[in-house]
Design a protein around this ligand. Structure first.
Ligand code: DX5
Ligand code: ZN
Length: 215
């Protein structure tokens, strides 16, 4: 069954614990945490102290998406703060193989995110070093952007490249209930959604609606 990962970027940061409780009640599988540095992407968000605070408040696995330059400088801090999965951008890692090994050595699952312009082939020589791939279906930096349709083909190409390896394929950006079914058919195993969940009047119902739409 597809996993649903609410992105807290669109939550109410002044009432984050309450928003997390809502999506947990709706059956979310993990929480997606967007970390931005104002360098790799033109926006600033949160750091390890907020991840640690979230970790205390929820039993859901934390899927930490690092949209930062030189992510290797902060991986240990995010794992210590409670990150279960750490995803770095291929475009930000000249030594991707080493960075993925670093994440696994710290005991977390290792993920790579691909910007819309980055081909799946960027992963060809690290396929066995990965636990998840995050296919960006928007240019990262902001919630609430429109889904870029090229992600469908990219997910299919990525699945072919992965073969039977047990790697999660997550899709992030502009995901709405109307896209859920086709994305799962393409091969997505996790749907990340921010505005579609926290922008809804009832975030718990929005989690269920996404899951139902994916069936
Ligand atoms: C974008 C982030 C996404 C974002 C998704 O840079 O990586 O996780 O929060 O938000 P929506 O679902 O609103 O596009
Ligand atoms: Zn994200």
């Amino acid at each position: 069954m597809v996993k649903i990962a609410p992105s807290i970027l669109s939550a109410d940061f002044a009432a984050l614990g309450d928003d997390i409780e809502r999506v947990e009640g709706g059956g979310a599988d993990q929480l997606h945490v967007d970390v931005m540095d104002g360098r790799f992407v033109p926006n600033l968000t949160i750091g390890p102290v907020v991840v640690a605070a979230i970790h205390k408040r929820t039993r859901l696995p934390l899927d930490v998406h690092l949209m930062i330059v030189e992510p290797e400088r902060f991986i240990a801090e995010f794992v210590a703060a409670g990150a279960d999965m750490v995803t770095v951008h291929a475009e930000a890692c000249p030594h991707l193989s080493r960075t993925l090994a670093q994440i696994r050595e710290l005991g977390a699952k290792a993920g790579v995110a691909l910007n819309p312009s980055t081909p799946p082939d960027a992963l060809r020589y690290v396929l066995d070093d990965l636990d998840l791939v995050l296919v960006m279906s928007v240019n990262p930096g902001f919630g609430g952007q429109a889904f870029i349709p090229g992600a469908h083909r990219k997910i299919r190409e990525l699945k072919a490249l992965l073969g039977d390896r047990p790697v999660e394929v997550s899709v992030d950006g502009g995901v709405k209930a109307g896209l859920a079914k086709s994305l799962v058919q393409d091969g997505a195993t996790t749907l990340v959604a921010g505005s579609a969940i926290f922008g809804a009047a009832d975030p718990a119902a929005a989690v269920r609606a996404l899951r139902d739409a994916a069936r």
